[in-house]
Design a protein around this ligand. Structure first.
Ligand code: CMP
Length: 140
């Protein structure tokens, strides 16, 4: 086990429904520390760059338009095995498949409007954190 940092987004479906605090409580309850956080309204170009790995997928347009439609909260989370821990508390991508007690089971609307994003590996966490945060915005 080691202390890791991972990247998280509270998506527009959740900010719209005033769920930022409820989701943060679930993250903190899982043992993750929110060591950086800001509410932003992403441009379509920023969303397209973030999700570039999915650009050939049929849902790419829908995904990037959704992520740039309304404000999101971008976060850096820190803790023991933070990447895996965050994915556990998020639950499965499709809320219909998510375990009871997870963020997506409790709050997600569907596979697209699924309330949160979390990095899938430590390597991607570093890339995704750097895509949204400068070093001086992460104070620990
Ligand atoms: P996220 O963890 O942000 O990474 C990629 C996103 O694509 C994923 O969460 C889902 O919200 C979205 N996604 C995956 N599959 C579909 C789909 N079939 N239709 C719409 N969005 C999808």
């Amino acid at each position: 086990m080691s202390i890791e940092r991972t990247f998280s987004i509270i998506k527009p479906d959740a900010t719209r429904r005033n769920l930022t605090g409820a989701i943060n409580a679930m993250l903190e309850g899982a043992g993750l520390r929110i060591i950086a956080q800001k509410r932003i309204h992403m441009s379509l170009e920023k969303a397209q760059g973030f999700y570039a790995v999915h650009k050939e997928r049929p849902f790419f347009g829908e995904l990037t338009e959704f992520m740039s439609s309304e404000p999101v909260v971008v976060q850096v989370l820190e803790g023991e095995d933070a990447v895996v821990k965050n994915r556990e508390v998020m639950g499965a991508t499709n809320p219909e498949e998510a375990t009871e007690g997870t963020i997506r089971k409790e709050h997600a609307l569907n596979i697209g409007e699924n309330s949160v994003h979390g990095s899938d590996s430590l390597e991607n966490a570093g890339i995704e954190i750097a895509y949204f945060f400068n070093d001086d915005e992460i104070v620990g």
